[in-house]
Design a protein around this ligand. Structure first.
Ligand code: F6R
Length: 256
């Protein structure tokens, strides 16, 4: 596991964007797994900048998002499809037909989950999966549980996630109670994972996830088993970590 500790959110976002941009430059036909939430917004802004100013080309890229709320239409301002279009996809030269988010309005959500995994398999899997982490250690919407669920599936959101996500809704009761999420199989089968975490509030959980026991009670801890994961933290998120056994790069060690 390689860990990059950036001095703040802006630097963290730049590092994360550079890793994604390198992937796209090295392989124009890359399949990128995307996340929503507040953490990756800065990285998406930097990718848009690189598209506008440096010719970063998304013309042959496919994207697969991790998750979507069940029951929210893609035009709903809190749906993850809406988020992705707003913060990245509408601003770069990606073919909309090659951008994938589970359909939260699917008539048969179970079949939608199966079809989503099938599509990921047919395309040859994900080259680079971007992940954030919830306050309770969730990745995608894989909530703390007593077992890992492999395929894309429907999940009941925990109270902690509903509370955390209520900041985007007028009222906590408007937050959907169910979502579809990629399971651990497509995530762990991604050829490379980039895991971004920012802020003091997640410092303890990120330490437990990366330095503690591997357990489905703390879903992000499974990343310790991935063969190619790059962790990008800001200093606040890294503040509780030992960082002894890891390959750490601080800002001044990175070339610019
Ligand atoms: C969303 C997702 C979630 C978020 C997590 C952190 O697609 O996968 O796991 O990454 O809830 O959200 P923020 O970044 O808002 O703290």
């Amino acid at each position: 596991m390689r860990i990059i500790v950036a001095k703040d959110y802006t630097e963290m976002s730049k590092r994360a964007a550079d890793i994604i941009a390198s992937q796209v430059r090295i392989n124009a036909h890359s399949v990128i797994g995307l996340a929503t939430g507040s953490t990756p917004i800065g990285a998406y802004e930097e990718l848009i900048r690189q598209y506008n100013e440096e010719g970063l080309n998304f013309g042959n890229v496919d994207t697969f998002n991790l998750d979507e709320y069940l029951g929210l239409n893609c035009t709903h301002s809190q749906s993850y499809r809406y988020f992705m279009n707003k913060y990245l996809l509408d601003h770069v030269n990606i073919d909309p037909d090659r951008t994938h988010v589970p359909d939260g309005m699917a008539e048969d959500p179970e079949s939608e989950c199966e079809a989503y995994d099938q599509l990921i398999r047919e395309i040859g899997g994900i080259d680079l999966q971007l992940l954030g982490m919830g306050n309770n250690g969730h990745i995608g919407f894989n909530e703390p549980s007593s077992f890992y669920t492999a395929p894309t599936h429907i999940v009941k959101l925990t109270e902690s996630t509903i509370k955390a996500n209520s900041r985007y809704f007028d009222n906590e009761k408007d937050v959907p109670r169910y979502a579809m999420t990629m399971g651990f199989r497509p995530i762990m089968q991604a050829k490379r994972v980039i895991f971004v975490v920012s802020g003091k509030a997640k410092a303890k959980v990120v330490k437990e996830a990366l330095e503690g026991p591997i357990t489905p009670q703390l879903p992000a801890s499974i990343l310790q088993l991935h063969h190619d994961v790059i962790v990008v933290l800001d200093q606040d998120a890294a503040s509780e970590m030992d960082l002894k056994d890891n390959f750490i790069l601080t800002d001044d060690q990175l070339f610019r």
